[in-house]
Design a binder for this molecule. Structure first.
Ligand code: GDP
Length: 313
């Protein structure tokens, strides 16, 4: 892809800023005024680069005291959800980000495929509950050709397993051309092949975040090197749509499913962007609900891993 065709992605690059303040005005005025809550769960086996990516994306060190277990410990490790919440404020725009990392997820299972059966199983279990954004980590270890082949394979597997991933919304016909082009390029790049790095390096007089190799530097924010900027653009410009799809599609499906079974429907977890903020006294309740949600997720993961292990024997 030529540099010219990637022009829309250059516009939002503001060093040191994530870019919420650059959310398109007409759509996000309300969110900008009130702030909103966005929950991001990063799932994948240990060592994949999840925490590095999250730190690179949101410039916040979520795991300053993380202890990485050694190999022997890992085989006995149970899946444990590990939630970390950070609040980020940029030029008056507030964003609460809860990152749920699953260390140990799939670690003890021996398989050499790229897309692991556990990844597929996980996506199958969750695609009706959350928005799935597939990401290929450590893009710097693959050549361009290998990367294209892998992207194709990942999409084929997702499709053949009937997994629904987050569909970027269709553009209105009166949307400006630059935005349409950006959405087209984002769509074309799925699954996003990204690199993460938290080191600032100097490249030709510029300070960049990158990974230094004996032969050169992989620049995380260089669209010619990986899709990091595209992933970040996607998360930021479509954050409100991601949230609305969760509430209007996933939550509603869940609600009608529960009602059909005659089961009680727990209250919605995430307050809507357009609802008033809860009084401070409600904070404890919301935190408790969030913890309960995480516990449910944890139980589900543990069950899935046990099932997968059984199938392997
Ligand atoms: P996590 O267990 O999935 O959270 O993985 P970490 O973020 O702790 O990263 C595991 C290892 O992979 C560390 O040594 C990182 O420096 C390295 N790593 C992270 N991101 C990348 C990447 O994009 N490319 C390469 N080559 N290594 C990476």
């Amino acid at each position: 892809m030529s540099n010219e065709s990637l022009k829309p992605f250059r516009n939002i690059e503001t060093p040191g800023y994530v870019g919420f303040a650059n959310l398109p005005n007409q759509v996000h005025r309300k969110s900008v005024k009130k702030g909103f809550e966005f929950t991001l769960m990063v799932v994948g086996e240990s060592g994949l680069g999840k925490s590095t990516l999250v730190n690179t994306l949101f410039l916040a060190d979520l795991y300053p005291e993380r202890i990485v277990p050694d190999a022997i410990e890992k085989t006995h490790q149970i899946v444990k959800l590990d939630a970390s919440t950070v609040e980020i404020e940029e030029r008056g725009v507030k964003l609460r980000l809860t990152v749920v990392d699953t260390p140990g997820f799939g670690d003890a299972i021996d398989n050499t495929d790229r897309l692991k059966p556990l990844d597929i199983e996980f996506m199958k279990q969750l695609h009706n509950k959350v928005n799935i954004v597939p990401v290929i980590a450590k893009a710097d270890v693959l050549t361009k050709k290998e990367m294209l082949r892998l992207k194709k394979r990942v999409l084929e597997e997702i499709e053949s397993n009937g997994i629904k991933i987050y569909p970027l919304p269709d553009c209105d016909s009166d949307e400006d051309e630059e935005y349409k082009e950006q959405v087209r390029q984002l769509r074309e790049s799925v699954p996003f092949a990204v690199c993460g790095a938290n080191t600032l390096l100097e490249v030709r007089g510029r300070k960049v975040r990158g990974r230094l190799y004996p032969w050169g530097v992989v620049e995380v924010e260089n669209p010619d090197h990986c899709d990091f900027i595209k992933l970040r653009t996607m998360l930021i410009t479509h954050m409100q749509d991601l949230q609305e799809v969760t509430q209007e599609v996933h939550y509603e499906n869940y609600r009608s499913e529960r009602l059909a079974k005659g089961a009680p429907v727990p209250k919605r977890q995430t307050p809507s962007v357009f609802e008033e903020k809860p009084p401070t006294g409600d904070k404890d309740r919301i935190l408790q609900e969030k913890e309960a949600e995480l516990r449910r997720m944890q139980e589900m993961l543990a069950k899935m891993e046990a099932q997968m292990q059984q199938q392997q024997h």
